[in-house]
Structure formats: C-alpha cells, structure tokens
Design a protein. Structure first.
Length: 153
C-alpha cells in the first residue's frame, strides 16, 4: 500500500533521484545548487509544497505544487511536477498523489487544481483524462532574465 505525506528531511536522497529523473524527462538541466534551493523551499512550505509517495518506506513518487491567486475565484492550486519511479508505475500512485493534492487544495480554499503536460504524453494523459477535464489550452512559456532563473541552466 502506498503512503503519501509531505516531504521531510530524510526524504532528500530519494527526492533528488526522482527530481533529476523528472527534469531529464523534459531535457531540462538544473544545477546542483538549483536542486538544493528547491529542496529548501519545499521544506519551508511557504511558497511551494512537496509530497512523497512511499512503498515499503522507499520514496517512489514526488509531486510539487503551490497555491496562487486567481482572477475569477478565491484561489487555485497548481500541480507543477508529478513523477513516479519507472518501476513503481501503473500501481495507482500518480492518481493517489493527485487526489492527495486535490484534498489539500480543497482544505486550503482553492477552487481549482490545474496542471500542464506535453500534448504527446499519451500514457500520462490517459490518467489525467480520468481525474480531470482537458480544457484544450495550449501553453506558452517565456524565460525571463532574473536572478531566480539562475537555478536553471
């Protein structure tokens, strides 16, 4: 049975293996310092939150999310990252993490939970189609020239 809870200090090594796997999936390089900064922000829980899914005590899944203001509702929750170890997939772990985040979002007054995924990610989208509604939006992203972007290479 999978256990899901907020990330804690002892999760660091397992989290980083999965975080690096997640970033490699999208061919995004992050500096070692970037992982360290992100880990610290996750643990302080003020801006971003992180959860771990564990099987037999081993971290096999991670999710990162944050709450933000919304123009048309009381607020929203954005699921920024969701990643499950290749060997632990197809056991309902990703869906359980989405449900965990949705419950946390409801408890914090968010009116909506939302996320993005690549259009060609058909395996993941099959799960997402079961737990949410595809809105058909296409996302654009523009990197800005700030000191905060320095954690990404």
């Amino acid at each position: 049975m999978v256990e899901i809870s907020p990330l804690t200090g002892p999760d660091r090594a397992g989290w980083e293996v999965l975080a690096r796997g997640f970033k490699a999936t999208f061919q995004a390089e992050v500096s070692d310092d970037g992982y360290e900064q992100t880990w610290r922000r996750l643990l302080d829980g003020e801006q971003i939150r992180g959860i771990a899914a564990r099987l037999d005590g081993k971290v096999v899944g991670i999710a990162h999310y944050y709450f933000h203001a919304s123009i048309w509702s009381a607020g929203s929750c954005y699921l920024a990252d969701l990643f499950v170890d290749q060997e632990a997939r197809r056991r309902g772990i990703a869906q359980a993490m989405i449900e965990w985040v949705a419950k946390d979002a409801e408890e914090h007054g968010a009116a909506r939970l939302h996320w993005h995924t690549p259009q060609d990610n058909t395996t993941t989208r099959a799960l997402y189609d079961k737990v949410a509604r595809f809105t058909g939006h296409i996302t654009y992203s523009r990197r800005l020239n700030t000191s905060q972007s320095s954690i990404l290479r």
